[in-house]
Structures are given as structure tokens and as C-alpha cells.
Design a protein around this ligand. Structure first.
Ligand code: MG
Length: 313
């Protein structure tokens, strides 16, 4: 009896999508199929066109098995040499990560990694139409349609873009969660309060970098949450917002407590072997996972422990 219970619990941890099902924005929370909140914890990959070598089944499997990620994020670059230049190449990277996440039973955020998405609406519609047509039936998939808008208007710029892309997704997929970026590098989440999007399953993006973003940003997030706006932290860092500097342990702990209190899902930036503080891998780390401690940076070792110790509930 006890053995069976332990086996069930292990199984539950091993395949989160089997346990929690389709995610749903409900009030200011993301809830599972039982209607209760979940807070997933995982990793974001780096810009796909620059460090696409980690968009592999091996990396996703290792992130689930060893890091205990319940979610991963594919940061599919739009401009800067990404999808706009080579659509089939970048689409294939998204599909590789989605296929791996489906196989492993974890959630996957498909992110249109762009700072000017309103200028690339047609391409974004094309990309998300393809993804939603192929994967709309998979409970694993979360669409993130605009990574980090710059200092543009929520109401007049981001929301109209989002409504166009959401309409395209909903033609193929009536129900999966869609996350929408917010002004000022996905920090001005309170701008959504007077003008939320009308859709059955939408949440909004909050990003933070612990070394630079402190209580004032949590206050903004709390204001949005208190107004019934559901948030997802699709990207966060232990370091400064430019990706550099050292791990800020004290600030990260404050953010984790905030996320726990509000059942916020988080993906850490990033799975990369670039020489910068935010990268979790050392240069040349295995592109198929199986990373020994010697291939992890300080941030990598630190974040791995956070994710391994996190409880979805
Ligand atoms: Mg669906």
C-alpha cells in the first residue's frame, strides 16, 4: 500500500502534464484541471538563432530528469536573424523542443522572442498558426506571443497585436493558455488592469532580474494580481537585467517567496554556454544534457537547486 503510494507520488512528479492537465487562467491564478493553482518551475532556453544548439531532446530530458523542471521555454527569435530571416529553421527548433516536452510529460512555453512584435504581426500570425495547428490538442503547450515589448502603449499597441495573434491561434486551438507581454520589458503589468483581453484563457507576462529589480516591481505585480490579473514569470534571472553580474541570493529569495505566495510559474534565463552571469552552462557544455557540476556555472548550480527543491503545490 505504502509502496503503491510512493510509486504514485513519484509518477506524479515525473509527468506533470499527466497530473495537472490543461492549464487555465482563473481569476488571478493559473489552475490545473482540478481547479486548484499550480506554480511550475523550469528553465528558458536562450535566443534560438544564437544558441539553438540546446534545442534538443537530450537537453529537455535532462532538464526534466536531473533539474526536475516541470516546464521549459523555447525562446524563438523573431528578428536579429531569427524567424523573419529563416522561418523553417526556427520553426523546426520550436518543434524539436515541443516534441521533447510532450514525450517527457512537461509543459512548454513557445515564446515569440521579440522586442517589436507589433512590427512583425504577419510573421507572428504565421508562426503561431503553424504551431497551434500542429500542437493545439497537446495540453503541454503554452503560447507566449510577445516576449518583451519596449516602452509602448498596452492599450494602443500591444493589445491590438495580441488580439490579432490570439484570433489566429483560436482558429486552431480553442483552449490552451496564451501569455501576453506587457510594456517596459514585461514589467508594467498594472497597465493591463483597465484593459484586459477578452479571451477564455489568457495571462500576462512579468519579468524580473533579481540583482536590479526589487520590492517596487513586486508592488506593481501585486497591484495587478489584486485587480484579478493572472501573471506568468516566463523569464527571470538571478543576476542583473543585462544578464551580467553575480547571483543575488538575498533578492532571489525574496522573489521566490513572492512567487510561492502567489502561485506564480517561473522560467529562469537561461540554458546557454555564453560567458555571462545569467548563463547556467560553461562554454562547450554538452548539447544533449548530462551536465556534470563541472559544466555548470555558479548561476547554474544555484538555480538547479532551486528548481529541484520547488513544489508545484
Ligand atoms: Mg488545445
Amino acid at each position: 500500500m505504502l509502496t503503491a503510494l510512493i510509486a504514485t507520488m513519484m509518477f506524479k512528479d515525473a509527468r506533470p502534464v499527466d497530473t495537472y492537465g490543461l492549464l487555465q487562467a482563473k481569476g488571478n491564478r493559473i489552475v490545473a484541471k482540478d481547479g486548484k493553482p499550480v506554480a511550475l518551475q523550469g528553465m528558458s532556453l536562450f535566443w534560438s538563432q544564437w544558441i539553438g544548439k540546446y534545442y534538443t531532446a537530450g537537453t529537455v530530458k535532462w532538464l526534466k530528469d536531473d533539474w526536475k523542471c516541470s516546464i521549459v521555454r523555447a525562446a524563438i527569435a523573431a528578428d536579429e536573424g531569427g524567424y523573419l530571416k529563416q522561418p523553417q529553421v526556427e520553426l523546426a527548433k520550436a518543434e524539436a523542443v515541443i516534441d521533447a516536452a510532450v514525450k517527457e510529460g512537461i509543459y512548454v512555453i513557445v515564446d515569440w522572442h521579440d522586442h517589436k512584435a507589433e512590427a512583425h504581426t504577419a510573421q507572428s500570425v504565421e508562426f503561431f498558426s503553424a504551431i497551434s495547428k500542429k500542437y493545439g490538442k497537446n495540453k503541454n503547450v503554452i503560447y507566449e506571443i510577445y516576449n518583451e515589448p519596449l516602452k509602448v502603449s498596452w492599450k494602443d499597441t500591444i493589445k491590438p497585436y495580441a488580439e490579432t495573434v490570439i484570433a489566429a491561434i483560436r482558429k486552431n486551438d480553442p483552449d490552451n493558455l496564451i501569455v501576453v507581454g506587457t510594456p517596459n520589458w514585461s514589467q508594467d503589468v498594472e497597465d493591463v488592469i483597465p484593459n484586459p483581453i477578452k479571451d477564455r484563457n489568457v495571462a500576462y507576462t512579468l519579468h524580473f532580474y533579481a540583482a536590479g529589480h526589487k520590492q517596487y516591481l513586486r508592488d506593481k505585480a501585486q497591484k495587478a494580481l489584486n485587480a484579478g490579473i493572472p501573471l506568468v514569470i516566463t523569464e527571470w534571472g538571478t543576476v542583473n537585467y543585462d544578464g551580467n553580474g553575480a547571483v543575488d541570493d538575498a533578492s532571489t529569495k525574496e522573489w521566490l517567496a513572492f512567487a510561492k505566495k502567489n502561485s506564480l510559474t517561473m522560467c529562469n534565463w537561461s540554458v546557454a554556454d555564453k560567458v555571462e552571469g545569467a548563463a547556467v552552462l560553461k562554454p562547450g557544455a554538452n548539447t544533449q544534457g548530462n551536465w556534470p557540476a563541472s559544466q555548470l556555472t555558479d548561476a547554474g548550480k544555484y538555480v538547479r537547486e532551486i528548481i529541484r527543491g520547488w513544489k508545484v503545490r
